[in-house]
Design a protein around this ligand. Structure first.
Ligand code: ATP
Ligand code: MG
Length: 566
């Protein structure tokens, strides 16, 4: 293994706006020694699925680092695999990167932009005697490759003449040979201790239509051949990728050195893993295709589009990327770290409102019929500039079923027969009766009285009670559906072959008939609120004025951690 990049120091204290990390240390060193005089990175997704939170880490690292060094970051689609790629993915990826707050300017590229150039480079390597056409099939190539402890064996076709190789490669391109019958391989060293250096395949024959180049090509470059040259052509100084490519670095360097073209520096970091989540695109695709979720953007998915629909903000995702930092060591981050970043952001920006998810009717017996008072409520105690609003109070209200107990346990400070509670922004009420359905015995209504001297904020309101609950005025309330999400998996590490057996069957609860304060009637998709005492909610993309739908973004505090620490 080469010596470069070995200085990977661990994360150090935050400096200025962005945290120091070993990637920045390497960049600083390169700028100091003059190896490069600018910073140019790229984010290189393969358009074969939607982006997930792991990609978000890579996006923040690539775009964020470039930005901090006044450099540039390209968006490049690694579209070398025509059978798995789709324009739907190309579009969703652009939307997600933009939503995260990053901009590639006019530098959106595709590996397929370089198919001609890559072909020329391959011919140049053949001319140097550094690449050859092999007739072995995929299985035979694997058998010849050797193992970690045994060297590989040369292919019988390894010593073809340069002219023969040029002729065969040209005919491969023209479509004279069937899929899989030949490959172009680099001629390096079949006994190299690094298996990636044992004559890796550069081109395969594939008669497939490409989403951009159509039927122009029937030979397609392998990722390992396309990637480094694409970086080099774009003048990428720092090619940041995940750890599994560490062993490929000598190969990428070998290619650019043989071709005598610009050499980027590859820096590897540990990929993000999250508890209670699967992140491989193959598995996410399965969840979608087998109907375990409602689509790529299902709010339970770890995809960026899922997080967005769930109510995550770009700021919270960037904060998360910043908090977890980058390192060389594989680790699993607890999903609560992500949720905490979200709470931290929403706490500052989400408007507080009152919403009753499981309503029970309350009649205030001594409140005048037909009277409506407009009470003043604070929009966000964390941010005075968000102001106040008026909410209507009247004789018939709804409160949460949970906020009443006929037979209360000790230290239950909410409503129960004979007990008093404060209605937020309103009055102290007392429960004086319970109405039940004669057939089912279920409680249908609570009869209460209010104390007119206890109006919130009024000078006379000196009396204190222990509990405060939320409510809405029945006559004014708007109806809504709430989608209450829980984790998609019920084990921290849903890995292995049986990963689908740990899908949480209760990850979505649909609650209909929720009653909300009237100001929410015109809430639009993506509007975010804190439903007081319940959690953060955001308006779903499917919501309309006639049928409001809210997604629970996150609970107010980490109820899970609390349960688990007991
Ligand atoms: P998957 O394994 O989920 O299919 P991938 O690595 O094949 O992902 P790409 O589209 O090739 O997906 O990824 C684009 C970029 O995002 C790459 O540079 C890759 O290193 C990075 N990336 C992918 N997954 C993660 C992750 N979990 N954490 C950090 N970076 C990631
Ligand atoms: Mg990849």
């Amino acid at each position: 293994m080469e010596e470069e990049n070995k200085q990977g120091s661990e994360e150090t204290a935050s400096q200025g706006g962005s945290r120091r990390n070993f990637v920045r240390d390497i960049i600083d060193e390169d700028l100091k020694t003059g190896r490069y005089n600018t910073v140019h990175t790229r984010f290189p997704p393969e358009p074969n699925g939607y982006l997930h939170i792991g990609h978000a880490k890579s996006i923040c690292l690539n775009f964020g680092t470039a930005k901090d060094y006044q450099g540039l970051c390209n968006l490049r689609f690694d579209d070398t695999n025509p059978t798995k790629e789709d324009v739907e993915y190309v579009e969703s990826i652009q939307e997600d990167v933009r939503w995260l707050g990053f901009d590639w300017g006019d530098r959106m590229y595709y590996a397929s932009d370089y198919f001609d150039k890559l072909y020329e480079y391959a011919v140049a390597l053949i001319r140097k005697g550094k690449a050859y056409v092999d007739d072995l099939n995929a299985d035979q190539i694997r058998e010849h490759r050797g193992t970690l402890t045994e060297p590989g064996k040369d292919s019988p076709y390894r010593n073809r003449s340069i002219d023969e190789n040029l002729d065969l490669f040209e005919r491969m391109r023209k479509g004279e040979f069937p899929d899989g019958s030949k490959t172009l391989r680099a001629k390096i060293d079949m006994s190299s201790p690094n298996i990636n250096m044992r004559d890796p395949v550069m081109y395969r024959i594939l008669h497939a239509t490409h989403h951009r180049t159509g039927d122009k090509w029937c030979v397609y470059p392998m990722y390992d051949w396309a990637h480094g040259q694409s970086d080099s052509m774009e003048g990428i100084t720092h090619s940041i990728c995940t750890l599994e490519f560490e062993d490929h670095r000598p190969l990428y360097n070998w290619f650019v050195d043989q071709l005598g073209i610009f050499r980027p520096r590859q820096i590897e970091f540990a990929r993000l893993n999250l508890t209670y989540t699967v992140m491989s695109k193959r598995r996410l695709l399965q969840l979608v295709h087998e109907g375990h979720v409602r689509g790529w953007d299902d709010p339970r998915m770890p995809t960026i589009s899922g997080l967005r629909r769930r109510g995550y903000t770009p700021e919270s995702v960037r904060l998360f990327a910043d908090r977890i930092g980058v390192s060389k060591a594989d680790s699993v981050i607890d999903v609560s770290v992500l949720e905490d970043c979200l709470r931290a952001d929403l706490n500052k920006r989400a408007r507080r409102v009152m919403a009753v998810l499981h309503p029970i009717r309350v009649v205030i017996e001594n409140y005048p019929d037909g009277q409506v008072e407009e009470l003043e409520a604070v929009n966000n105690p964390e941010d005075e500039s968000m102001g106040t609003r008026k909410i209507p109070f009247s004789k018939v209200l709804y409160i949460e079923q949970d906020d009443f107990r006929e037979d209360p346990p000790k230290k239950y400070f909410r409503l129960s027969p004979g007990a008093e509670v404060r209605l937020r922004y309103a009055y102290i009420i007392k429960c004086v009766g319970v109405v039940k359905d004669p057939q089912t015995g279920l409680i249908t209504e609570l009869r209460c009285t209010y104390d007119p001297d206890t109006k919130s904020g009024s000078p006379a309101s000196q009396r204190k009670v222990k509990g405060t609950i939320h409510w809405v005025s029945a006559e004014h309330a708007v109806d809504a559906e709430a989608r209450v999400y829980d984790r998609l998996f019920n084990v921290p590490d849903p890995g292995g072959e049986n990963w689908k057996s740990s899908l949480n069957p209760d990850s979505l609860e649909i609650v209909k008939g929720c009653r909300l304060e009237p100001g929410l009637a015109k809430a639009k998709p993506q509007d975010r609120f804190q439903f007081e005492r319940l959690g953060y909610y955001c308006v779903d993309d499917e919501s309309t004025e006639g049928h409001l739908v809210f997604n629970r973004t996150v609970t107010l505090r980490d109820t899970w951690a609390k349960i688990e620490s007991k």
